[in-house]
Design a protein around this ligand. Structure first.
Ligand SMILES: Cc1ncc(COP(=O)(O)O)c(C=O)c1O
Length: 394
């Protein structure tokens, strides 16, 4: 199998597994206990916190471990909503956010909050003028804009959006779950107040994440209890996974410093070059300049993505048509619609996401498989919008 769906989740790095194992076997102690063995476990969490902080240039005390990226987003948005209050306030986000921001915002709207959603330009990046018009210094509020989009890989003008919110005196959160580990993210250079990250997007396991909370900013927890994580997220720590997250952060920091994922970028470019030269009617979507190095997002004229995915799976290539959470849903992606793609284009798009483990050979094989699948589908598919007219076999 050739795995090209690393934005859905990434392979756990073997060194991460190795780092985690002792904490599943010998070192199972509760880090809050008083004896030496437990203190050693607590120390390991401290190291993991330092590793995660170093990846985004934060102070260790600014990192709160959580159960996933979704939790990090929810705890921030719910706290900030409570802080600004419902009266006269406004929440500003964007139309291309992940459901882990969209759904909590809808829930706030349902109880009376005003939520404005900034649109994007045709290249998929936030429309800063519209965003600036929505941020209102005369009202209490906060903004949440994702760093990099999970479907298209575009990188938003987060520094500019953060500055606009700052001038208005608003707090600024970014869902950087698809950015951290894949590109430089520096919270001192881009002074966001809150930042969410998730381990399984950069070679740690699923079910562990973190929230960056700027030092000195007011923050109250969503989960209260035994006071772990400096009172900011109670619950006995998920030690092995936290250790894994720390190790993955250390590995990805070293990778970024070594070559900034140059090999991933080169392979992505090669993939795109093959698609463009071998298949007719291909459009590469999203900004060419401001994008993650690991994503190919392409629309294939007169080719339903659902059919392509079946053929590719049969050929041993795993990728997706959008975000993993949207798999199986019929409606075209909200991200692609926001960029101005037609329903037909949106239904004919593939997201191919590479990782540091993707090889040259895999890229060549997968590009050949995509070209074949498109050719086959076009030969059996009816007119645009009708969909495949045969059941595919062998
Ligand atoms: C941009 C973005 N935000 C949030 C999430 C949710 O993260 P988690 O799976 O850790 O809850 C994802 C995962 O797909 C994502 O891509």
């Amino acid at each position: 199998m050739i795995y090209l769906d690393s934005n859905a989740t990434s392979q756990v790095h073997p060194e991460v597994v190795e780092a985690m194992l002792p904490y599943l076997t010998d070192q199972w102690y509760n880090p809050s206990s008083g004896y030496r063995s437990a203190k050693a476990v607590k120390q390991a969490i401290t190291t993991a916190r330092e590793q995660v902080a170093a990846l985004i240039n934060a102070h260790p005390g600014e990192i709160v471990f959580t159960g996933c990226g979704t939790e990090s987003n929810n705890m921030t948005l719910k706290w900030l909503a409570r802080l600004v209050g419902r009266e006269k306030s406004r929440i500003v986000t964007s139309v291309i956010e992940h459901s882990a921001v969209l759904r909590p915002c809808e829930a706030m709207e349902a109880v009376g909050y005003e939520v404005a959603r900034g649109g994007v330009k045709p290249d998929g990046r936030l429309d800063l003028d519209e965003f600036a018009g929505q941020v209102d210094a005369d009202r209490p509020g906060f903004a949440s804009v994702m760093w990099s989009n999970n479907e298209t890989g575009i990188i938003n003008p987060v520094a500019e959006a953060c500055a606009i919110a700052g001038v208005a005196g608003w707090a600024f959160h970014t869902d950087a779950i698809q950015a951290v580990g894949k590109m430089p993210v520096d919270v001192r250079a881009v002074p966001v107040d809150f930042l969410s990250l998730s381990g399984h997007k950069f070679h740690a396991p699923k079910g562990v994440g973190a929230l960056y909370v700027r030092e000195g900013i007011r923050f109250e927890p969503m989960i209260r209890g035994g006071g772990q994580e400096d009172g900011r997220r109670s619950g006995t720590e998920n030690v092995p996974f936290i250790i894994g997250l720390g190790k993955a952060a250390e590995i990805m920091k070293a990778e970024l410093e070594r070559d900034g994922h140059a090999d991933v970028r080169r392979r992505r470019d090669r993939f795109e070059q093959r698609l463009m030269s071998e298949i007719e009617g291909v459009t590469l979507n999203g900004s060419r300049e401001h994008r993650a190095v690991n994503i190919v997002h392409a629309s294939f004229e007169n080719c339903e993505a659902a059919g392509l995915l079946i053929l590719l799976d049969e050929a041993g290539v795993q990728c997706s048509a959008g975000s993993a959470c949207m798999t199986g849903r019929q409606q075209p992606s909200h991200v692609q619609k926001a960029m101005g793609l037609s329903d037909e284009q949106a239904r004919s798009s593939l997201r191919i996401s590479l990782s540091i483990f993707t090889t040259d050979e895999e890229v060549e094989e997968a590009a050949t498989a995509v070209a074949r699948a498109v050719q086959k589908l076009r030969s059996v598919q009816g007119p645009p919008g009708v969909g495949p007219v045969v059941v595919y076999g062998g």
